[in-house]
Design a protein around this ligand. Structure first.
Ligand code: ATP
Ligand code: MG
Length: 196
C-alpha cells in the first residue's frame, strides 16, 4: 500500500489570507472547478507518491542533509495561471516570484539525493505554484478564463518567508485529501536580517 507522501512548504498566515481573498473571488465566477480548501493550499516541492513505511526514515535523513544548506526562501504571489493551456485548463493556480532559482536548486538537490532511494527525478522544469483548484470539465466560454487571467496577472503581494519544509502524508478521502505532517525542517534564518 505505502504512504502517499510529498515534500512541501506550508504557507505563512499572511499569504494564506491573500490567497483566501483571491480564491473567494474566483469561486464567484462560474468556472467548472473543484476548489482546494484554502487551509490545504501548500507549495509542493516534490511529490513522492506511494512510499514504503521503511523508507520514510531514509527520506528524512536525505532531506535533513540537503535542507541544512538552504536559508529561508522569500516569495510573493505573482499571477493566476492555468495548466496546461488557457483554452483547455486542467488546474488553476497562483504563481510565485522571489527566490525561485533557489527553490529550484532545493528541488534538484533533493531529487539528486532521493534518486538513490529509487525516486525518479522529475525532468520537467520546476514551476512552483499554489493550486487553487482543479477543473471538473471544459470551460463554458473562453472569455471567462481570459478575463480572470487578465484581472489577476499582477497580484504583487508583499514578500513572505517560507521557513519550514514539511514531509506530508496524504490520505485521499471522499471529502478531500487529509494531510498530516510526518516531519518538519526549519530553515536556517541566519541571513534574514540582511534580506532586502
Ligand atoms: P486530490 O488529489 O484529492 O485532488 P491533492 O492533489 O491535493 O488532492 P495529492 O494528490 O495527495 O492531494 O497530492 C499532494 C500534492 O502533490 C499536491 O500538491 C499535488 O498537486 C501534488 N501532486 C500529486 N500528484 C502529483 C504528480 N503526479 N506530480 C506532481 N505533483 C503531484
Ligand atoms: Mg492529486
Amino acid at each position: 500500500m505505502g504512504i502517499r507522501s510529498f515534500l512541501a512548504f506550508e504557507l505563512p498566515p499572511e499569504i494564506r489570507e491573500q490567497i483566501r481573498a483571491v480564491s473567494k473571488e474566483l469561486q464567484k465566477s462560474n468556472l467548472p472547478v473543484r476548489w482546494v480548501k484554502v487551509e490545504n493550499i501548500h507549495l509542493t516541492i516534490i511529490f513522492l507518491g506511494s512510499v514504503d513505511e521503511d523508507t520514510v526514515d531514509d527520506i528524512k535523513e536525505k532531506a535533513t542533509f540537503v535542507v541544512k544548506r538552504f536559508p529561508a526562501f522569500k516569495i510573493r504571489l505573482n499571477a493566476v495561471g492555468v495548466f496546461p493551456h488557457w483554452r483547455r485548463p486542467r488546474v488553476i493556480w497562483i504563481g510565485l516570484n522571489g527566490d525561485i532559482d533557489r527553490l529550484s536548486n532545493l528541488r534538484d538537490e533533493l531529487q539528486k539525493e532521493l534518486k538513490s532511494l529509487g525516486f525518479m527525478p522529475e525532468k520537467r522544469p520546476f514551476r512552483p505554484h499554489l493550486t487553487l483548484g482543479r477543473f471538473k470539465g471544459p470551460l463554458d466560454r473562453d472569455e471567462d478564463m481570459k478575463w480572470i487571467l487578465d484581472r489577476y496577472h499582477d497580484i504583487n503581494s508583499d514578500l513572505y518567508y517560507l521557513n519550514e519544509l514539511i514531509l506530508y502524508k496524504s490520505d485521499l478521502k471522499p471529502g478531500g485529501p487529509v494531510y498530516t505532517k510526518m516531519a518538519t525542517w526549519p530553515l536556517s534564518k541566519e541571513n534574514l536580517g540582511a534580506a532586502p
